[in-house]
Design a binder for this molecule. Structure first.
Ligand code: FES
Length: 296
């Protein structure tokens, strides 16, 4: 039994915005029945064609797939297209309070359907997300990123690299959780590992093998706290304050840095992305590569 948050259960049992839009401005579709999950997203724009006036979805999937699709529609309904373009699978999971890591592929499916719909709106593609799932009859391309690595779930190398880079994945199991690749016969796991290995630090010709962790592992909690505090006060808060936002450090629990968003950041749909892509990335670079940032 999966350990779902109350919000996941609420969106699963009472999904918002289910259905279709007959005169939709764009449609985005991802997955297929043979993969087990499928999602179709319909977008209707306002008269100025700058905001998403209405959004509906149809899905075939598990509880977390339904909840993820429902959450996605709530995140983008009434929002400008510029906000929708920046929604990530992390935003969907955060909206739901969290998803079991084994179910993160459901949030990825939501993000892909949105990206396919936005591409459809721009007149690119046909509204089907082909980057994530190879289509039946797709030409085999052994040298390109669009070649299929996982045949059980028709997942391309491009899609594996996208989820690895966007979510900082490090193990084959994590890749399976985020895009299903490797979760069937297992025949592709070696190749997934090779893709992960391509992100490993390369040895420097001058200095020999690179030291994986630039920060001394013997850093005490107090040192960690002081370094995190210094970076937050000296760089991160001023950066956010320049745009009307702010954050405060609440606590550090092991390698988890708990922060509270303030100002324009509080309640902003893009704030989670900023936390992950900028705040967490800078803390990892400057303090400790194993740090994660979470909202208190
Ligand atoms: S080929 Fe990837 S799990 Fe079977």
């Amino acid at each position: 039994m999966w350990n779902y948050t109350e919000k996941v259960m609420d969106h699963f049992l009472h999904p918002r915005n289910v259905g279709d839009i007959k005169d939709a401005d764009a449609v985005g579709e991802v997955g297929n029945i043979t993969c087990g999950d499928a999602l179709k997203l319909f977008l209707k724009l306002d008269a100025g064609r700058t905001h998403i006036e209405d959004v509906k979805f149809q899905t075939f999937g598990c509880a977390s797939a339904i909840a993820s699709a429902s959450a996605l529609t709530e995140l983008i309904r009434g929002q400008p297209l510029s906000v929708a373009e920046n929604i990530t699978n992390d935003d969907i999971a955060a909206y739901l309070g969290s998803l079991p890591e084994e179910k993160m592929h459901c949030s990825v499916m939501g993000m892909e359907a949105l990206q396919a719909a936005l591409a459809n709106l721009r007149g690119e593609g046909n509204g089907t997300a082909t980057s994530g799932h190879g289509q039946d009859g797709e030409a085999y391309d052994p040298s390109g990123l669009d070649r299929v690595v996982c045949y059980c779930f028709s997942v391309t190398e491009r899609h594996i690299r996208e989820v690895v880079e966007a979510n900082g994945l490090r193990s084959v199991e994590q890749v399976t959780n985020y895009c299903k690749a490797g979760g069937g016969c297992g025949g592709c796991r070696k190749e997934i590992q090779a893709i992960l290995d391509s992100y490993a630090p390369k040895p420097s010709p001058e200095t020999g093998p690179e030291v994986e962790n630039k920060t001394p592992t013997a850093m005490t909690n107090l040192q960690k706290m002081m370094k995190v505090q210094a970076l937050i006060e000296g760089e991160l808060r001023p950066g956010l304050q320049a745009d009307g936002g702010d954050l405060e450090l609440v606590d550090i629990d092991g390698d988890t840095v708990l922060v509270r968003l303030k100002g324009a950041c509080a309640g902003c749909p893009g704030a989670h992305t900023t936390l992950k892509r900028w705040v967490e990335a800078r803390l990892r670079e400057e303090v400790l590569p194993t740090l994660t940032v979470a909202e208190a």
